[in-house]
Design a protein around this ligand. Structure first.
Ligand code: F6R
Length: 262
């Protein structure tokens, strides 16, 4: 794992967007794993701008989102499908038929999750997966106790997540759906490369547990330590509780892979 600390949320999102754009330019048929949430809004804003101003081409890209609320139809303004359309897909030249999210209203959620896993496999697996970390330590909606080898499935959300996401539901945690469909930790770890973007002071303690704590099903994000090609991009606020900050900076300064990004 690499840990790259940027000064603020803007520049952390900027580096993340640039890495995605570089991957897309190198592999136009990129299979891209996507996340939703506040943190990613800046990334999608930048990708949309790169498409508009620099012609960043999404025409052959295929996307798979991490998760969707169970029970919300795609047209619900709080669904993650709606989020993706408004923040990214409506602003770039992606073929909507190439964009995938689990269907929150599927009559048989288990069958829907199995179908989603098959779709990912049929696409050749995910080349680059974008993830954020929730205050509960989740990646996707893999809440504490999620098996490190879990697959796409329906699962209950933690109270901490209902509180975190209440702002999208008129600050009313009771309106946040209690369950969701999510790629599993095992599914996420199969991506060839992972970019993890974490910003803000409220994520500092959980980020330190994810990066420096033991690998544990109680902090799903700690499983990222097991991935051979994972880059965590964080801002100063999120980095506040990291104990080995100087070491991460030293690695960043000395790894040739990051020459173009310093
Ligand atoms: C959303 C997702 C979640 C979020 C996490 C952080 O698709 O997978 O794991 O990345 O909850 O959300 P924000 O950025 O809103 O703090």
């Amino acid at each position: 794992m690499d840990v790259i600390v940027r000064q603020d949320a803007e520049s952390a999102a900027g580096l993340t967007a640039r890495l995605i754009a570089d991957a897309l330019a190198a592999t136009p048929r990129l299979v891209l794993g996507l996340a939703t949430g506040r943190t990613m809004e800046r990334v999608y804003e930048r990708l949309a701008r790169m498409h508009r101003d620099d012609g960043l081409d999404f025409s052959r890209a295929v996307t798979f989102n991490l998760d969707e609320y169970l029970g919300l139809p795609p047209e619900d303004e709080n669904s993650y499908r709606h989020y993706m359309n408004t923040h990214l897909f409506d602003h770039v030249n992606i073929a909507m038929s190439n964009t995938h999210l689990p269907l929150g209203t599927a009559a048989d959620p288990d069958a829907e999750c199995a179908r989603y896993e098959r779709l990912i496999a049929d696409a050749g697996g995910i080349d680059l997966q974008l993830v954020g970390i929730g205050r509960s330590g989740h990646i996707g909606f893999n809440e504490p106790l999620s098996a490190l080898r879990s697959r796409t499935r329906a699962t209950a959300l933690a109270p901490e997540t209902l509180r975190q996401n209440a702002s999208m539901f008129g600050d009313d945690a009771d309106r946040v759906p209690r369950r969701a469909l999510t790629m599993g930790v095992g599914t996420i770890l199969e991506a060839r490369r992972i970019l993890c973007l974490v910003t803000g002071r409220e994520k500092a303690a959980i980020l330190a547990r994810a990066v420096e704590g033991p690998v544990s099903a109680m902090v799903s994000a700690s499983a990222l330590q097991m991935h051979p090609q994972c880059t965590c991009i964080v801002d100063e606020e999120a980095a506040a509780c990291l104990g080995e900050r100087e070491y991460y900076d030293w690695i960043f300064q000395n790894e040739p892979a990051w020459d173009a990004f310093r």
